[in-house]
Write a protein that binds this ligand. Structure first.
Ligand SMILES: O=C(CNCCc1c[nH]c2ccccc12)Nc1scc(-c2ccccc2)c1C(=O)NCc1ccccc1
Length: 325
């Protein structure tokens, strides 16, 4: 089988939500290549935490008794609950007995984002949080039945993009796809990014160890790289209150060039201009920030909306393919 699903941006492209049938309900889920749990708001979630969200009703599923899950993310958000086996359909691709993690508790960040009914993890199943036994991601559940064991992400700035499962749509990218091998030891789509440049010109240095993460909004890069970037932005400085680099919204940001698999990709300065820090709209928060304390770089949505990405498991070593959009 194969299929395509829309990826609809939230405000400021903070995250991208896709319609997914879970049991008998259609939920808007955040497809997340940086985690491996498919968890959803449910009728088991306290009303005080689930108002405004579409809810999964576990009555259509089969409870996996004694199974629980509990996930927390680097920003301190998280959720936990119980596990059911149910039908999940993404763009016509069906997993007949997918582990659906019903939330019995969610953190305030998720509670407040009423367009987001949960996450569909697309990292490697080795980091699924279900106890006593890790469960397969949706992709792992359907992989064997897909025309090709791969999926692609085509995210866009301020417009609907797509995730395709089982095939590569060559109308969605230009030029050739350049591939890098993935190291799955940490359960992420993790690879080594090469040189970079700020503004224009030839790339040099090395960004190093990085993950392709559709579930993280911004780009988190080594301090040396981030300082080199904001040195080219006159009004920029590190604002500890905001927890990152800010600058005058009126200032034009330079492009960021990064070399992956021997090819150089350009993230435009307009894409790196993330969002105002407050309603005055004078000061803006940058889409490139430091990866301090993370242990690797994260190429999140700010980067991914500039490229077409293939998450490829056609070979014994998984690989990532990048092409210009
Ligand atoms: O977790 C994911 C992908 N799912 C995110 C789901 C999600 C988490 N809040 C959400 C809110 C809305 C929608 C989805 C999510 N990626 C990774 S790998 C390593 C780290 C990490 C580890 C330690 C320290 C920092 C990051 C993260 C991380 O925490 N990213 C989110 C973030 C990163 C930085 C700042 C904020 C968030």
């Amino acid at each position: 089988q194969s299929g395509e699903v829309a990826a609809n941006p939230e405000q400021y492209d903070e995250s991208y939500l896709c319609p997914v049938q879970v049991g008998q309900t259609t939920l808007n889920l955040d497809f997340d290549t940086g985690s491996a749990d498919l968890w959803v708001f449910s009728t088991l979630t306290p009303k005080s935490e689930s108002t405004g969200h579409s809810l999964y009703n576990p009555s259509t599923g089969t409870k996996k008794s004694g199974y629980t899950w509990d996930i927390s993310y680097g920003d301190g958000s998280g959720a936990s609950g119980t596990v059911y086996a149910d039908k999940v359909v993404v763009g016509g691709v069906t997993a007949t007995s997918q582990a659906v993690e019903a939330a019995t508790s969610v953190s305030s960040q998720f509670e407040q984002d009423t367009d987001n009914d949960g996450l569909l993890g697309l990292a490697f199943s080795s980091i699924n949080t279900v106890e006593p036994q890790a469960q397969k991601t949706f992709f792992d559940s359907v992989k064997g039945s897909l025309a090709k064991p791969l999926f692609t992400a085509d995210l866009k700035k301020g417009a609907a993009g797509t995730y395709d499962f089982g095939y590569i749509d060559s109308s969605k990218y230009t030029g050739s796809i350049s591939y890098v091998n993935v190291n799955t030891a940490n359960g992420f789509w993790e690879f080594t990014a090469s040189g970079y440049a700020v503004g224009s010109g030839s790339v040099s240095g090395s960004v190093g160890d990085a993950i392709a993460d559709t579930g993280t909004t911004l780009m988190y890069l080594p301090t040396t790289v981030v300082q080199a970037y904001y040195n080219k932005v006159d009004s920029a400085d590190y604002d500890s209150n905001q927890g990152g680099y800010t600058y005058d919204c009126s200032e034009n940001l330079p492009n960021f060039l990064i070399s992956l698999g021997g090819k150089t990709f350009t993230v435009s300065g307009t894409d790196i201009n993330f969002a105002p820090v407050d309603s005055s709209g004078e000061t803006c928060f940058g889409g490139i920030q430091e990866n301090t304390g993370i242990g690797m770089s994260i190429l999140g949505d700010i980067f991914l909306k500039s490229v077409f990405v293939v998450f490829d498991q056609t070979q014994s070593t998984p690989r990532l393919g990048f092409a210009a959009q």
